[in-house]
Design a binder for this molecule. Structure first.
Ligand SMILES: [Zn+2]
Length: 294
């Protein structure tokens, strides 16, 4: 597994932001390293790769990741792309994958419908890009791995709020990857609240990548960059008695890694005291280029 990007939508620093975190990143502070928007690459080791979400930073991520470089004249090792939602930061990178390359595009029927309704994605040649609907709890094999999507509490993408809400339970899904030896990894980049079913799902995984968007619910207001709460954006805050770290306490997994970290989150700063609090709960802070061999 290679964590291609570890930031939430907007990346770090965000192009138009001068919050205190972003200012440190703009200034090149080594304790505030730049991050691209969240994405994961996975492979069983057979040379084929599954891309989990296609972020707007996809080209940068491929350039930095030798395993994803072309393996022949117009031949990418990326065999499939899987989308966990229709959020812009998960789908915009599809537009960079349009140069006559065959791959399979996996997403729930709900997200496939979002793509089908946006004609700009017709740039992906239907003769080469096979769009395969994958319902929650259905399993397919991709790049030598068993791939299963499962629903998590979330919300529809901001740009679709107010539109027909049919199939809303499929708007946000998480991913379970299982190797031939039965070992599992779960990737949950967005989650509005932790349910008992989710705790059960995550328990016993080799690795959990979990929604680390905001540390506190009112964080954007606190730094003066917005009025929305984390929960309003579909993300449970990490800290506090109602936070996800408390809700996930006791869930056993070999590695627990926070991803999809917003540019306002104090965890982005390497000497922030909040890092110690996350570490005390057993959580690592994901970073761009982080590799895990399970
Ligand atoms: Zn910022």
């Amino acid at each position: 597994l290679i964590l291609l990007g570890s930031a939430a939508g907007g990346g770090f620093p965000q192009w138009n932001c001068a919050c205190s975190n972003c200012c440190r990143a703009w200034a090149g502070d080594p304790k505030a390293p730049h991050r691209t928007q969240a994405s994961l690459a996975a492979s069983s080791g057979d040379g084929r790769w599954l891309l989990v979400n296609a972020s707007p930073d996809l080209l940068t991520q491929i350039i930095r990741t030798p395993a994803l470089h072309p393996i022949g004249l117009r031949a990418s090792p990326i065999a499939a792309v899987l989308l966990t939602s229709g959020e812009i930061d998960n789908i915009a990178g599809l537009l960079s994958l349009r140069e006559r390359q065959a791959f399979t595009l996996l997403a729930t029927p709900r997200v496939q419908e979002i793509l089908a309704r946006n004609s700009v994605f017709d740039a992906l040649d239907p003769a080469l890009v096979r769009r395969q609907p994958l319902r929650p709890e259905e399993t397919v094999e991709v790049a030598g791995l068993r791939v299963t999507l499962f629903p998590v509490p979330g919300k529809p993408p901001l740009y679709l709020e107010g539109a027909a809400a049919a199939g809303e339970e499929e708007d946000t899904v998480a991913l379970e990857l299982t190797g031939s030896d039965g070992r599992r990894a779960c990737y949950v980049p967005g989650c509005h609240h932790v349910t008992p079913a989710l705790r059960e799902r995550l328990a016993g995984a080799e690795a959990i990548f979990f929604d680390g968007t905001v540390w506190t619910d009112d964080e954007l207001q606190g730094v003066g960059v917005g009025t929305k709460t984390g929960r309003r954006m579909g993300h449970q805050p990490l800290s506090g008695p109602d936070g996800s770290l408390a809700a996930l306490r006791g869930v056993a997994a070999r590695r627990k890694i926070l991803v999809h970290i917003n540019n306002t989150n104090p965890l982005l700063i390497e000497d922030a005291p909040e890092r110690g609090l996350a570490a005390a709960e057993g959580w690592e802070i994901g970073y761009d280029g982080m590799e895990l061999a399970l």
